[in-house]
Design a protein around this ligand. Structure first.
Ligand SMILES: NC(=O)c1ccc[n+]([C@@H]2O[C@H](COP(=O)([O-])OP(=O)(O)OC[C@H]3O[C@@H](n4cnc5c(N)ncnc54)[C@H](OP(=O)(O)O)[C@@H]3O)[C@@H](O)[C@H]2O)c1
Length: 334
């Protein structure tokens, strides 16, 4: 099989290699990968910023979709020709998260999807929605499930106001899912052009945070001084203080990301005076993914992104680093 491999950290060090295809095993499923999508985590992993102690070599990327080619003798759930995607944490099938279930995240703890063939355990897969191409479906495992669970945690209903930050993978899925739930969505971005594009997808109000850094005040103005019900927080240390100011009394900050760093001395009085809730989100389980796919199918929702060929993996990681993308960056494999 062919794969991109991290042998030493850094985008330029990513190597395109020939490797033996992993053994199938009794419960294994051999998948011809058709498309892989990138997440900010993949960029951090390739650069050695996510886990500098990660064992190398490692095939990166958690998110991919493809077609089943062969199954082990103990596999009952899948057959050749099935269209599938891997789940982010291979051991988190259902129920609440535990330390044990976090082990086995693709493209981190174990080899990931940036290969033309992968072998996954039969439990570590879901069927992809029929109306989606492999490219579209490859965007679902991490970014979409994370956004889905952030909105579920915030109990987003018709009339709820949700604030999204930026126009990357998680945030654009959060916009799409929040609209499905009938919420009002406001958002901030570094780019007027991206805000316009988000408006065409249903963003109710947008603000350029480069030109207007006090976006927390704007969020209060947008909600008659009350604050938003839910912030889908992807910025981390650079945005959390303003997110806490932007959220309403009793509202929730769904803490998803660390785009601007992870360490932040917290504004503790704001949290307790507002009785605000900060809820950590770590992707989701297989059953969350399946539930989300039902909604994606019912709404015929289509992920948004840009497609490239997987030979351009390095250039596309650089594009992600620049932050010029909108929604997802997808690599067609093969
Ligand atoms: N906890 C989890 O389970 C989980 C799952 C998925 C992702 N994440 C994390 O969530 C974050 C987003 O991931 P992603 O894959 O969606 O990233 P992405 O696609 O690379 O999105 C990046 C975008 O975020 C916006 N942005 C960057 N810095 C910002 C800031 N300081 N304030 C507001 N917006 C900012 C920019 O959009 P504009 O150009 O529009 O400003 C940028 O293009 C990352 O930290 C990632 O590690 C966590």
């Amino acid at each position: 099989m062919r794969a991109w491999q991290i042998s030493s950290f850094g985008i330029d060090s990513l190597e395109f290699v020939e490797r033996p295809t992993p053994a199938l095993g009794p419960r294994g499923v051999l998948i011809a990968v058709r498309a892989v999508s990138l997440n900010f985590r993949d960029l951090m992993i390739v650069k050695g910023l996510y886990n500098p102690k990660m064992r190398l070599p490692r095939i990166p990327c958690s998110d991919g979709a493809g077609e089943v080619v062969e199954v082990g003798p103990g596999v009952t759930a899948w057959k050749p020709g099935d269209r599938v995607a891997g789940i982010f944490m291979q051991a988190w099938l259902d129920g609440p998260l535990s330390a044990e279930r976090t082990r086995g995240a693709l493209g981190g703890d174990t080899d990931g999807m940036l290969a033309d063939f992968v072998v996954l355990n039969q439990d570590g897969l879901v069927e992809i929605p029929e109306h989606l191409s492999f490219q579209e479906a490859s965007t679902l495992p991490c970014a979409a499930v994370t956004a889905w669970n952030a909105l579920a945690a915030g109990d987003v209903k018709p009339g709820t106001t949700v604030l999204i930050q930026g126009t990357g993978g998680v945030s654009i899925f959060a916009l799409q899912f929040a609209r499905l739930r009938g919420a009002r969505v406001i958002g901030i971005s570094s780019s007027y052009e991206k805000l316009e594009r988000a408006s065409s997808m249903g963003l109710d109000a947008g603000l350029n945070y480069r030109d207007n850094p006090e976006w927390d005040r704007w969020a209060l103005d947008q909600t008659g001084g009350e604050g938003v019900d839910l912030v889908v927080e992807v910025g981390g240390s650079g945005t959390l203080p303003r997110s806490l100011k932007a959220v309403r009394y009793g509202g929730m900050v769904a803490q998803v990301g660390v785009l601007s760093g992870a360490a932040e001395p917290l504004a503790i009085p704001t949290i307790l005076h507002k009785m605000a809730r900060i809820h950590g989100i770590y992707v989701g389980s297989r059953s969350d993914f399946i539930q989300m796919n039902r909604a994606v199918t019912l709404a015929q929702l289509r992920p948004v992104g840009e497609e490239f060929h997987w030979t351009q993996a390095r250039e596309v990681l650089e594009k992600m680093e620049e932050g010029s993308h909108f929604g997802k960056l997808v690599l067609t494999v093969g």
